[in-house]
Design a protein around this ligand. Structure first.
Ligand code: ATP
Length: 199
C-alpha cells in the first residue's frame, strides 16, 4: 500500500487544481510559514472522512472551501482525490489502485467516491478500518498530536492500541450487533404485549 498522489482543488489555500505525486522513497514538503504544508495533511484527513471542522482548524466544515484572497475570488467547491497503490492487496478490496474522493459544495451538497463511483462515507470508513490509514488514524500526526496522546486519558489511549492491533473493527461490529439485538428484543416485547392483550 502506497500513497501515489493527491489532487486538491478549492480546498483551503489550494484555489487551483494541484497534484502532488509521492514517488518511491521519502517525500518532504517544504515551504515558508503559512504556505499550505499542513493543509496538504489536512486534505488527506478530510478525504478519508474527517467530520470534525475543529480537527481541520476550522469552526464549520465550509471553512475548508477556498475563501478567496486579495486577487482571487472564493471557490464554490472543495474537492480532494487520493490515489493509493493497493497492488499488494493491503486493503481488502478487489482494486489494485484505489481512488478515494470527496467533494463539498457551498450550497451544502457533498459526495464521496471510490474509484469514481459515488459511495457513502461508511463505505470509505469500512474499507480503511483497521488498515491504519483511515479517518483519525495515526498515519497522520499533526502538530500537537504527540503531546495530546501523552496527555490523553488511559481509555482513549487504549482505543489507539486497539486500533493498531486490529481489534477496533470487531468492537464496532459487536456494538452494531448488540444494537440490533436490543431492537429485536424490544420488538419481541411489543409482540408479547399484543399477544397478552388478545388472550
Ligand atoms: P506553518 O509552517 O506555519 O505551520 P503551513 O505551511 O503548514 O504553515 P498551513 O497552516 O497549511 O501553512 O496554511 C495556512 C494558510 O492557509 C493560511 O495562509 C490561511 O489563510 C490559508 N487558508 C486556510 N484555510 C483557507 C481557506 N478556506 N481559504 C483560503 N485560504 C485558507
Amino acid at each position: 500500500m502506497q500513497l501515489k498522489s493527491i489532487e486538491i482543488v478549492g480546498f483551503k489555500s489550494f484555489a487551483e487544481k494541484t497534484k502532488i505525486d509521492f514517488p518511491d522513497g521519502m517525500t518532504g514538503i517544504v515551504g515558508p510559514n503559512g504556505s499550505g504544508k499542513s493543509n496538504i495533511a489536512e486534505s488527506i484527513r478530510w478525504v478519508l472522512g474527517e467530520q470534525s471542522a475543529k480537527t481541520l482548524r476550522g469552526s464549520k466544515m465550509f471553512d475548508v472551501i477556498f475563501s478567496g484572497s486579495a486577487n482571487r475570488k472564493s471557490q464554490s467547491m472543495a474537492a480532494v482525490t487520493l490515489t493509493l497503490d493497493n497492488s499488494d492487496g493491503y486493503v481488502k478490496t478487489p482494486f489494485s489502485e484505489i481512488k478515494v474522493a470527496r467533494k463539498l459544495f457551498r450550497n451544502g451538497d457533498s459526495a464521496y467516491f471510490i474509484n469514481e463511483k459515488e459511495c457513502r462515507l461508511k463505505d470509505i470508513v469500512n474499507m480503511f478500518m483497521d488498515s491504519g490509514i483511515g479517518q483519525g488514524s495515526l498515519s497522520i500526526i499533526s502538530q500537537g498530536n504527540v503531546e495530546a496522546i501523552f496527555n490523553s486519558k488511559p481509555e482513549d489511549r487504549r482505543s489507539i492500541v486497539e486500533n493498531v492491533a486490529g481489534v477496533y473493527k470487531y468492537k464496532q461490529q459487536k456494538l452494531s450487533a448488540q444494537h440490533e439485538l436490543d431492537t429485536t428484543s424490544e420488538n419481541l416485547d411489543r409482540v408479547n404485549d399484543i399477544i397478552h392483550e388478545l388472550q
